[in-house]
Design a protein around this ligand. Structure first.
Ligand code: ZN
Length: 118
């Protein structure tokens, strides 16, 4: 896949997992760290995160899988003919994407109607 696509996907998954962990694991001990974004020998900067152990694991798995995705034109993972996720990992990620997707959708709607955000 293109570097742009890779960076976009990596940043999206990072944003979603961070949002999920911020909301769902408020009282869990967090670990501050970062991932070096690197693709096709191109330095794309850092992904800083502040996640609990569980979410950190999910983020790393997602990142590794994205990195080794063999598709030139990356399909949506849901529609992939050769999924690289273990079933349990995929379930964890799917839950996060759904939750955060809804949250972000709501934020967008609020912005659209000019309602104040908390
Ligand atoms: Zn978490």
């Amino acid at each position: 896949m293109t570097t742009e696509k890779f960076e976009k996907d990596a940043r999206t998954v990072h944003k979603f997992i961070q949002l999920y962990c911020d909301n769902k694991h408020k009282n869990t001990q967090k670990n501050q760290n970062f991932i070096e974004l690197n693709y096709k020998d191109k330095d794309l900067g850092k992904l800083k995160y502040n996640l609990c152990k569980e979410c950190e694991k999910t983020l790393k798995i997602s990142y590794d899988n994205l990195l080794s995705c063999p598709h030139d034109e990356k399909p949506s993972c849901r529609k992939c003919p050769a999924p690289c996720y273990e079933k349990t990992d995929w379930k964890a990620l799917a839950k996060i994407m759904k939750y955060s997707g809804m949250k972000m959708g709501l934020l967008k709607i609020r912005k659209l109607f000019g309602t104040k955000q908390k």
